[in-house]
Design a protein around this ligand. Structure first.
Ligand code: GLC
Length: 547
């Protein structure tokens, strides 16, 4: 018998981008009251945890990932009492809530940075990373994650400050104990308010090489998917430094003093080895890290089998792989698969029944597509930076430089603004025209809609121990052929069998598992025979053994 697992190992997380979820104040920008008003929707869908992208005071140049005060709420989202109410509203529904914590950098408008900039002798000077240049050149060759030197010259003090991301997001200097103390105070402040943990923004960037050694050359210009290299260098000395792993452990020690248990979910990029290091040798680091292998998604059995096999090999029990299909930085997954709703249902089936923690980005459950915005009119600062690249080239190179596309307002109904804000108001990003047909209200009554497939899967997941905490056994390609993805989840004496046909022809499968009871079927009628079973194209089924 396995011991019962902590809540976060069995959770299903729903990511809310507050700016785009629900606008209660009718100013075209989503807000905390809006989120509160839609919590029942999220709960009813079957998610028991929400992650809310940053809500702290910010000039919003990177929409909250540029914080100017960690102890207050950005006015367009509400105020502190709204934040308290949101936490309480989640808890009163038996849900958990994660805030999004940007430890690596602040906004340039944070008072700490203003002080730090004011003179070389200011007590906050060393709170950020300042270095002398090499003549008129930056201190070393480090490139930011978004291209260009990561160093920015400050004429006032004749030194350069470092920014891993955009120039208005200066990196904090975690080697200064005052900085780590200040940021741990932030963590405590929100934990004391009751948040159940944090999604940690670009945690792999926090420490940099103490000696500021130049990064070695790499022949790649376009950054690799796991961000180990880009812009003609290996990101050796500025990412995934050993001190980051220590910081992970220190933060874990802090959250573990809280009860009920809290969660740290890290956004980290790097080699497989580096990513796993964040969890700690003794599982004393971050509780979970996002895994990105599903992002170049292919709705194909082979691709998915490889990802699952990889996750199982690298993150066996008691680790939990995190299954992500998208977020506020990535093109929406349904657009990557040609807006194929049948396939989206099957991908949801995989995400919600594989062994691990699923994180669903708002709107995925109704199949919201990516907005097709030219970088020339970008609101996203990354898009603005790359607006000079012609749209056709962006597409040809498969780049995603304007993140506006995945951030359009949630489509609640078929009104012009999708029910996100009143129709008399201009939303901060236009609502996709397809809200006419792709919206929550339209999908609710349809038992077979994508929305209801998510709902049925999540509800089944909640009540099925084998899916929540069972082991996973993958059927090999040699047993099932090219088109079928098949795996078993086993827990104590419960077995659940998942079979999905990604091909164009019906697949016959003799599984010999004794599973003779249908828990859920997608895209197919109740089959007459269960073993061997005939699975039509674009269909999936979950079976169990009735004892
Ligand atoms: C993370 C966030 C992204 C943000 C960046 C800088 O990757 O997900 O939205 O722009 O960090 O904070």
């Amino acid at each position: 018998m396995t011991q019962s697992q902590p809540w976060w190992q069995k959770t299903a997380i729903y990511q809310i981008y507050p700016r785009s979820f629900m606008d209660a104040s009718a100013d075209g920008i989503g807000d905390l009251r809006g989120i509160i008003s839609r919590l029942d929707y999220v709960k009813d869908l079957g998610f028991d945890c929400i992650w809310v992208s940053p809500i702290f005071r910010s000039p919003q140049k990177d929409f909250g990932y540029d914080v100017s005060d960690y102890f207050s709420v950005s006015p367009e989202y509400g105020n502190m009492s709204d934040a308290d109410d949101l936490i309480a509203a989640a808890h009163s529904r038996g849900m958990r809530i994660l805030f999004d914590l940007v430890l690596n950098h602040t906004s340039r408008e944070h008072p700490w940075f203003k002080e730090s900039c004011s003179s070389r002798t200011n007590p906050k000077r060393d709170w950020y990373i300042w270095q002398d240049g090499r003549g008129t050149r930056p201190p070393n060759n480090w490139k930011s994650l978004v291209g260009g030197s990561a160093w920015h010259y400050d004429g006032n003090t004749d030194q350069w400050y470092f920014a891993s991301f955009l120039p208005f997001q200066p990196d904090l200097n975690f080697r200064n104990p005052e900085v780590s103390k200040a940021m741990f105070d932030v963590v405590r402040f929100w934990l004391d308010k009751g948040v159940d943990g944090f999604r940690l923004d670009i945690f792999h960037c926090i420490f940099k090489d103490e000696r500021f050694r130049n990064n070695p050359f790499d022949f790649r210009y376009v950054p690799t998917k796991n961000l180990t290299a880009g812009f003609f260098q290996k990101w050796k000395y500025n990412l995934n430094r050993p001190e980051n792993f220590e910081l992970a452990r220190d933060l874990r020690s802090l959250i573990d003093t809280y009860s009920p248990q809290r969660l740290l979910l890290g956004e980290v990029f790097g080699s497989d080895h580096a990513i796993k290091n964040y969890l700690g040798d003794r599982r004393d680091g971050l509780n979970l890290v996002f895994l990105w292998n599903l992002l170049p998604i292919k709705a194909e059995a082979g691709f998915l089998r490889d990802v699952i096999r990889h996750y199982e090999a690298r993150y066996p029990e008691p680790f939990k792989p995190v299954y992500v299909l998208g977020n506020h930085d990535q093109k929406r997954f349904i657009s990557k698969i040609g807006n194929d709703v049948s396939k989206a249902k099957l991908l949801a089936l995989v995400q919600l029944t594989a062994r691990g923690v699923p994180v669903t980005y708002y709107g995925e459950e109704i199949g919201m597509p990516d907005g097709d915005f030219s970088a020339r009119i970008a609101r996203d600062p990354l898009g603005k930076r790359y607006r000079w690249i012609p749209d056709f080239l962006v597409k040809r190179l498969g780049l995603y430089v304007n993140r506006d596309g995945c951030r359009t307002p949630m489509q609640w109904d078929n009104s012009p603004n999708g029910g996100f804000c009143p129709d008399s108001v201009i939303p901060w990003l236009p609502v996709d025209e397809n809200t006419v047909s792709v919206n929550v209200a339209a999908q609710k009554p349809d038992e077979n809609s994508l929305l209801n497939v998510y709902r049925r899967l999540l509800h089944l997941r909640q009540k099925t121990p084998a899916i929540l905490e069972g082991t996973l056994e993958l059927f090999d390609h040699s047993d099932v052929g090219d088109d079928l993805l098949a795996y078993r989840r086993n827990h104590v004496d419960e077995t659940v069998l998942i079979l999905i046909n990604w091909g164009k022809n019906t697949v016959q499968f003799h599984h010999q598992t004794g599973c003779n009871h249908i828990l859920l079927a997608i895209g197919m009628k109740r089959p007459v025979k269960l073993d061997p079973i005939a699975i039509p194209p674009d269909a999936g089924i979950i079976l169990t053994r009735s004892n």
